[in-house]
Design a protein around this ligand. Structure first.
Ligand SMILES: Cc1cc2nc3c(=O)[nH]c(=O)nc-3n(C[C@H](O)[C@H](O)[C@H](O)COP(=O)(O)OP(=O)(O)OC[C@H]3O[C@@H](n4cnc5c(N)ncnc54)[C@H](O)[C@@H]3O)c2cc1C
Length: 461
């Protein structure tokens, strides 16, 4: 009988988080084997053409910079400086995201970024194994059994990282523990990808540096730019009931929906009916679990331990931040002190990942419904004025989440204090120019600044 291969470190899942994690570990001298169920790098590269795009923000860029790849990744992104709202008549309204255009999100192809990170892993000597679908894991012995096209492969790893996404097979093995808590809350909404091709001259048909949103109450469409002049659109709707994927299920119904709700997008999407009918409806949900680690052997990261809905654009970014925190802890603890590193990871990251999960759910209401609402727009405009006038005292919650590495929990709690201040400032005005900035400063000094001091938060980013 052939002996089982022994490995020092196995990362299961070569997606966005697993491939970055492998680079973080390699940088610290660990011999890493990365197991990915997809067949080859070429297969991932082929997905890059029309794949979904996502935004990378400060936390993600910071994590990439730590492995020397921040600048290289930014080169194949498109900066997105604000939201462009499209109403039913095609009227546009633009809302900048940050204090100025330097504070922006970067739109990137998910598969393009994934392929880039795996190529880097190969170049840096990481043992990347494709066509390896984890079928079974034994957390105590570290034994991993993978299915592949030729049969199956079993290895035994001293240390295992589960970065195999929202339906994690590594996490599944945790369910054998009596104390393991798992909740998976599915959203009643799903999503469909749509494609907005480049103009005939290869340019962009609508404003390039914006997230385009068609907010329609309990459903919405959005589109993010790609580097080639195209946009990837995503339609979010309930799965069943009024205005749902269930209701709009044939070509005529889809045309009727778009003519009524998204008329100005029709010339941008010549194949929207085919896309809509052919593309699968994706599911959205929130995964929470505890503990994230098993003794000193196994740790879950990324969507495997904290899958969130996409409405704050922080799923990958928070998974990348896991990699940064893990790297810091490895530097602080002695080599091979996995038990203390894993326990500290769960202690530090879980409250923050729970906070961004809640923020992401809350932001769905903001994006789909409130961005078209006058009171909301006024509050945003007032907040923008304050942020520009006194950036050392006030940064919006959005800015803290997207453009800083302030812990998500602190950003969440600071946002509660800020909401009270904005409510008071907006009570008697109907235009942001009317806001009394001196009154704003007094409220901030009295309420926000003392709160920030208790959490050691400063706005020097
Ligand atoms: C519509 C949408 C929009 C989004 N937009 C954003 C955004 O703008 N910004 C942002 O930060 N996040 C966004 N996200 C979230 C982001 O996509 C995820 O948080 C991120 O992909 C998580 O990375 P991961 O590596 O943990 O998991 P995944 O990316 O899912 O990777 C898991 C990997 O494990 C592999 N795998 C799975 N099972 C096995 C197995 N049994 N054996 C071996 N390998 C396995 C998979 O093939 C995959 O490569 C969005 C998500 C959606 C759905």
């Amino acid at each position: 009988m052939s002996s089982i291969e022994k490995l020092p470190v196995a990362v299961v899942g070569g997606g966005l988080v697993g491939s970055l994690l492998a680079l973080v570990l390699r940088k610290r001298g660990y011999d890493v084997s990365l197991f990915e169920r997809r067949g080859s790098l070429q297969e991932i590269e082929e997905q890059a053409g029309r794949s979904i795009n996502l935004v990378v923000t400060r936390r993600g860029i910071d994590a990439l910079e730590r492995v020397g790849l921040g600048e290289a990744v930014l080169e194949f992104t498109v900066p997105v400086t604000g939201r462009m709202m499209h109403d039913r008549d095609g009227e546009l309204a633009y809302q900048p995201y940050g204090r100025d255009d330097k504070e922006c999100n970067y739109s990137v192809s998910r598969a393009g970024l994934n392929a880039f990170l795996i190529r880097q892993a190969l170049e840096r000597g990481i043992d990347v194994r494709f066509d390896m679908r984890l079928a079974e894991a034994d957390l105590d012995s570290g034994r991993l059994r993978f299915d592949n096209t030729d049969g199956e492969t079993t290895v035994e790893a001293e240390t295992i990282f589960g970065a195999d996404g929202v339906a994690s097979a590594v996490r599944k093995a945790f369910e054998a523990r009596d104390d393991f808590q798992l909740s998976i809350d599915m959203l009643s909404h799903g999503y469909k990808e749509l494609y907005l091709p480049p103009a005939e001259d290869g340019g962009y048909r609508v404003e390039r540096n914006a997230l385009h949103i068609w907010p329609r109450g309990h459903f919405m469409m959005m589109a993010l730019p790609n580097t080639d002049g195209s946009f990837t659109g995503t339609l979010y709707m309930p799965n069943q009931g009024k205005d749902s994927f269930g209701q709009y299920a044939d070509a005529d119904a889809v045309r009727e929906l778009f003519r009524r709700e998204f008329a100005d997008s029709i010339p941008l999407m010549p194949e929207y009916v085919e896309d809509y009918l052919q593309n699968p409806t994706g599911e959205l949900g929130t995964v929470r679990c505890a503990p994230w680690h098993h003794e000193d052997r196994v740790l879950l990261l990324g969507d495997a331990s904290h899958g969130i809905v996409p409405f704050f654009g922080q799923g990958m970014n928070s998974g990348f931040e896991d990699c940064s925190v893990l790297g810091d802890l490895l530097d602080q603890h002695g080599r091979g002190e996995w038990g203390s590193v894993f326990a500290e990871m769960s202690r530090r990251r879980k409250p923050n990942c729970d906070a961004i999960a809640d923020l992401a759910l809350e932001n769905f209401v903001e994006m789909s419904d409130k961005v078209g609402d006058d009171a909301f727009l006024l509050r945003k405009a007032v907040e923008h004025r304050i942020e520009v006038a006194m950036p050392e005292l006030y940064r919006s919650r959005y800015s803290m989440v997207m453009y800083s590495t302030i812990p998500f929990r602190d950003a969440f709690d600071a946002g509660v204090v800020q909401r009270e201040i904005l409510d008071e400032l907006c009570a008697d005005i109907d235009d942001a120019e009317q806001v009394d900035l001196e009154h704003a400063r007094r409220l901030i000094d009295a309420r926000l600044t003392p709160f920030l001091a208790t959490r050691n938060i400063s706005f020097d980013y």
